[in-house]
Design a protein around this ligand. Structure first.
Ligand code: DC
Length: 222
């Protein structure tokens, strides 16, 4: 049986940075499920579909095929065969992904694909519902969080480094809105699984969090 590590938590908690490093240390595949929701959101945006256009979203789901590949340790996401890695990181796409991930049709499509990957492959998968819904039997489950202020500040510095214009207050407001949407949707909302270990990274370095995860993996593997 494959060894699965589930990492869930709110936007900006550092899940992908940490999961990537832990996966590297373990020689596991890293699967970023948010990127899959973003690829679907990109399709809706391109089609001019609004998040509240229920019927259009349901119909569009039938036309979408999301696939992943791993190139030199980096996950690549394909939307109907097109590599969309470079386009899914925009704020607009993230907000659309948060809004449209509440649809059953969207979730079922991606959940199925995620379970299929985890069945045969040792991996670290991060998202919002991995420990609670996608992989309830994952051998290690982490709920990684940090305060809104810490997450906002990290995002602010990241954008500043890229030379982008940004406003800390607006970033924090977006984070609060995203938390609210992700935690309060009807299907598979973001919450800590009962058997998940809570890690609050507000006062921790990246390496400290990675080490904590590796320690949990070691314990679970014996
Ligand atoms: O992790 P991220 O910011 O790339 O995710 C974008 C959105 O996708 C997030 O706000 C909610 C949705 N998502 C989800 O509903 N379930 C997941 N397993 C991963 C992401």
């Amino acid at each position: 049986m494959a060894f699965n590590i589930a990492i869930d938590g709110p936007a900006g908690a550092g899940k992908s940075t940490i999961a990537k490093k832990a996966a590297e240390a373990l020689s596991y595949i890293y699967v970023d499920t948010g990127a899959m929701y973003r690829a679907m959101a990109l399709f809706f945006l391109r089609e001019g579909i609004q998040p509240e256009d229920t019927e259009k979203i349901q119909r569009a789901c039938e036309k979408i095929r999301v696939t992943l590949s791993n190139e030199k340790g980096e996950q690549q996401v394909f939307l109907n065969g097109e590599n969309v890695n470079g386009q899914i990181r925009r704020e607009e796409v993230g907000n659309m992904a948060s809004a449209t991930s509440s649809y059953r049709e969207v979730r079922e499509k991606l959940t199925q694909l995620q379970r299929e990957m985890a069945r045969t492959t040792d991996l670290i998968m991060d998202g919002r519902d991995i420990g609670t819904c996608v992989l309830p039997k994952a051998q290690v489950k982490i709920y990684l969080t940090a305060s809104v202020e810490t997450r906002g500040r990290r995002r602010f510095l990241e954008l500043q480094e890229k030379g982008e214009d940004c406003d800390l207050e607006k970033i924090c407001e977006d984070i609060r809105k995203r938390d609210e949407q992700d935690m309060n949707r009807e299907i598979a909302p973001l919450r800590q699984a009962e058997d998940a270990v809570l890690i609050d990274s507000s006062e921790m370095t990246i390496q400290e969090v990675v080490d904590k995860i590796l320690e949990l993996v070691q314990k679970a593997a014996v």
